[in-house]
Design a protein around this ligand. Structure first.
Ligand code: ACO
Length: 422
């Protein structure tokens, strides 16, 4: 029996909402989604316009600062990001060497991001004597570090995964990266580090069509309001932890196959199905709940995910460089079959962003267990925007995230000594 005074502070009115299906935990000015109409906008700009007219770096600026940059602002922003892209801290390189080379790429990425916290003691605002809020200068420096270092970190992880040593490429000069003729130098440099993206072996650098395709995919992944990993960033940040630890936790959330891990799971599913003739049997297994149609369904979209449309177009652009992957026929036939099947129609299950992205990554030459790393690379921009928004947002939203539970366990009982338990 709980005393009335205690009852007031511990219970009160509660909503029971597993998975936060209908619970808003913050306000935000970053991303708008209309799931019924299939609309996605970053800071008010439709995703289709950004994907066709902007670049990932320009869109990252938009997400972080709320407005599209002027030429001078973009150049300054890129200079600060690219400064961190040219090399990876020796301690992180050494740490990656201690992880099994055949470990899933995401385990290495999560470990390395968490370890970055140790290299940046300024990241812990408590050490600065500023409670949980560090200065704007410090926060910006952390954002530039994470955005800039991530592709280089990812490249090291992949090269180690592939058993190759990290190439000693001369770091490009900042002037080269900031050349206005290279608006997508962020992606271009990443592909150069890996020797990927060339239209034919022996060519000097990545094909501009491949650079553009990967840049557009990062842009499409950049933010998606309160998805599982972004919610994790806000959740972790609410305790006052530093941003490196928060994004390491978010990367863990993204790794799961129901979220960013779906990009890898879709490709494995398509490979398992193999041919169009096997689609009906696979769909029957899905309807019997023996399998999931990976890359289908979404908590918010009850209509076509507009990012899936973009990524499917990008896939065909990349196929012009490398030739079509036969699995695209399995994917399109699977989509056609699902969209004319009442099970999927009645549940409003449409392809999501992950349904076609793996085919693009595979065509470029990335291994399957690297696919979620590419998702993370794009989503980093959105995580940082939400982190900044939370820290600078209304005081009433700066509450430690601490959901309630409904206890269904036993009532109080007396401890039995082990010899009396029978
Ligand atoms: N395949 C088969 N059935 C599905 C699928 C699917 N991919 N998605 C949902 N359903 C069914 C469920 O079984 C359920 O059916 P029921 O009413 O008979 O029980 C119904 O549709 C509702 O599904 P929920 O699981 O309640 O939907 P929820 O919003 O909780 O889950 C999720 C959304 C996790 C994305 C789900 O659709 C799913 O698992 N999809 C496959 C994994 C995937 O592609 N994830 C990537 C999401 S996008 C992203 O993170 C970038």
């Amino acid at each position: 029996c709980i005393k009335a005074s205690k009852l007031k502070s511990t219970l009160g009115l509660m909503s029971y909402d597993p998975g936060y299906m209908n619970t808003a935990v913050c306000t935000s000015r970053i991303t708008f989604i209309d799931g019924e109409k299939g609309i996605l906008r970053y800071r008010g700009y439709p995703i289709e316009q950004l994907a066709s007219k902007s670049s990932f770096m320009e869109t990252a600026f938009l997400l972080l600062y709320g407005e599209l940059p002027s030429e001078a602002q973009l150049k300054h922003f890129c200079a600060r990001v690219y400064h961190h892209q040219t090399a990876l801290h020796a301690d992180i390189v050494a740490l990656l060497q201690t992880i099994r080379h055949d470990a899933h790429c995401m385990t290495s990425v999560i470990s390395a991001l968490a370890a970055m916290s140790a290299l940046h003691p300024e990241a812990n605002p408590a050490l600065e004597g500023q409670g949980v809020y560090s200065s704007r200068k410090t926060r910006e420096s952390q954002m530039f570090t994470l955005l800039g270092a991530f592709p280089t970190l990812a490249a090291h992880v992949l090269l180690r995964r592939s058993g190759s040593s990290v190439p000693c490429l001369p770091a490009p000069s900042l002037a080269t990266l900031l050349d206005p003729a290279r608006p997508r130098a962020y992606v271009e440099h990443f592909l150069v580090l890996l020797g990927l993206g060339k239209a034919r072996p022996g060519e000097e650098g990545p094909d501009p069509r491949v650079v553009r395709a990967l840049d557009a995919i990062l842009l499409a992944h950049a933010d998606h309001e309160l998805n599982c990993s972004t919610a994790a960033v806000r959740h972790l940040t609410s305790s006052g932890v530093d941003v490196y630890t928060a994004v390491a936790g978010a990367t863990g959330a993204l790794y799961g196959p129901l979220h960013g891990g779906a990009t890898e799971a879709v490709l494995r599913m398509l490979q398992q199905i193999g041919t169009e003739e096997r689609i009906p049997a696979f769909l029957e297994a899905v309807k019997a709940k023996e399998a999931k149609l990976m890359g289908f369904g979404h908590r918010v979209y009850k209509n076509y995910d507009p990012r899936a449309v973009l990524v499917r177009e990008v896939a065909y652009e990349v196929f012009q460089v490398y030739g079509a992957d036969p699995l695209i026929h399995v994917a399109t036939a699977l989509e056609t079959a699902a969209r004319s099947d009442d099970y999927f129609v009645s549940r409003k299950l449409y392809p999501n962003i992950d349904f076609y992205s793996g085919l693009v990554y595979k065509a470029i030459g990335f291994p399957l267990d690297f696919f979620p790393v590419l998702f993370t690379m794009g989503r980093m921009a959105g995580w940082l925007a939400h982190w900044e928004e939370l820290l600078m947002g209304p005081e009433e939203e700066k509450k430690i995230v601490r959901p309630r539970q409904i206890y269904l366990g036993p009532a109080e009982r007396a401890f039995l000594p082990i010899e009396a338990r029978g």
